[in-house]
Design a protein around this ligand. Structure first.
Ligand SMILES: C[S@@+](CC[C@H](N)C(=O)[O-])C[C@H]1O[C@@H](n2cnc3c(N)ncnc32)[C@H](O)[C@@H]1O
Length: 317
């Protein structure tokens, strides 16, 4: 069943002329959001946080200056912009990230627009954790990568905005990183983020249908947050997610088409001691049923240990 959304009402332009300060605008946005049926899930989970993010970011004000500027008055040009953003958020269900052209992952800001998925990967947590800490639990990534500075090559397959590839570059400063996507739009956005972080010498964006353009390449680490939404969930997505590229979400009936390709081919692109790390959403049970002889290691992330698996090259062969 396809979810249909009643359009929320456009906002009244006379009312917005009565709003003067940032405090007024945050209050107004919260009221509008609360009265609408918008869905949260791209960086915030409530009307207040969403309103503060939209307004501060639209005004190009750092979030930690909110208290200083609450009673600052805004110009008529800024007012027009805020009114348009709030209206688009409630009537089109456009995610705030697309309105303000930014998303945050592990404290890093990434440029995003409608050409890419809004970053929200569990793999980011793993790359941001202290990889140099010795942790012998096999569900921690540091147990598998003893010396991050010795990683020479890594790939982020299905990179979207390039966010995970940039975190890879930070985690493995001596590695050459390839970030790969089938979508030229995604490659273009990834290149914006690579340039914004000054990583052109370390990170290369490659347009490729999965591994097809990577012939002859070998990596120490391959990570992937591929599309993994199953068909029933695709049909019931909130409108906010329908505003994202559908190519970034759906992966066949069971949500595992891309993961099957990765499991079939990744060993050919890994060095002998190489490892593969893949995010699969809520598909752990289906995946283990499909590969009863595969010994997956499930890495611990903030929401549990069923979303990201690790396999070595020898386990894949
Ligand atoms: C879930 S998004 C992940 C984006 C990014 N890694 C992140 O975590 O925000 C999946 C990405 O896979 C890309 N993709 C879909 N099919 C692909 C394919 N056959 N080969 C390579 N990339 C593909 C999509 O364009 C999308 O950018």
């Amino acid at each position: 069943m396809t979810t249909t959304h009643q359009p929320n009402n456009p906002i009244d332009s006379n009312v917005t002329a009565e709003l003067f300060t940032i405090r007024d605008w945050i209050r107004f946005a919260v009221s509008q959001f609360e009265a609408s049926d918008i869905f949260y899930g791209h960086g915030t989970d409530n009307a207040y946080d969403e309103a503060v993010w939209l307004i501060m970011s639209a005004l190009h004000l750092p979030m930690d200056t909110l208290n200083n500027f609450l009673d600052a008055r805004i110009t008529s040009t800024e007012r027009t912009k805020l009114a348009a953003f709030i209206e688009q958020r409630i009537t089109q269900h456009t995610p705030t990230a697309y309105l303000v052209k930014e998303a945050w992952l592990q404290g890093l800001r990434f440029y995003v627009d409608e050409r890419v998925l809004i970053p929200r990967s569990f793999i980011a947590e793993l790359l941001n954790s202290d990889l140099t800490a010795s942790d012998l639990n096999t569900d921690s990534l540091s147990a598998w990568i003893e010396f991050p500075e010795m990683i020479e090559s890594a790939a982020d397959l299905c990179t979207g905005s390039g966010c995970l590839g940039i975190l890879l570059a930070n985690a493995f400063p001596n590695a050459a990183i390839d970030v790969i996507d089938i979508s030229q739009d995604a490659i273009d956005v990834a290149n914006i983020n690579i340039a914004n972080y000054g990583l052109e010498a370390q990170v290369t964006a490659i347009k490729s249908d999965m591994f097809s353009a990577l012939t002859g390449k070998k990596y120490d680490v391959i990570i992937s947050n591929p599309p993994y939404v199953d068909a029933p969930s695709m049909a019931a997505l909130p409108a906010e997610y329908q505003n994202e590229p559908q190519l970034a979400l759906g992966s066949g009936v069971a949500g595992l088409d891309h993961t099957h390709t990765i499991l079939r081919e990744a060993a050919n692109y890994l060095n002998d001691d190489g490892i593969l790390i893949v995010e699969i959403g809520h598909n752990r049970e289906a995946l283990e049923a499909a590969y009863p002889n595969m010994v997956f290691t499930w890495l611990e992330v903030s929401s549990g240990n069923e979303f990201v698996f690790l396999l070595t090259k020898s386990q894949l062969e």
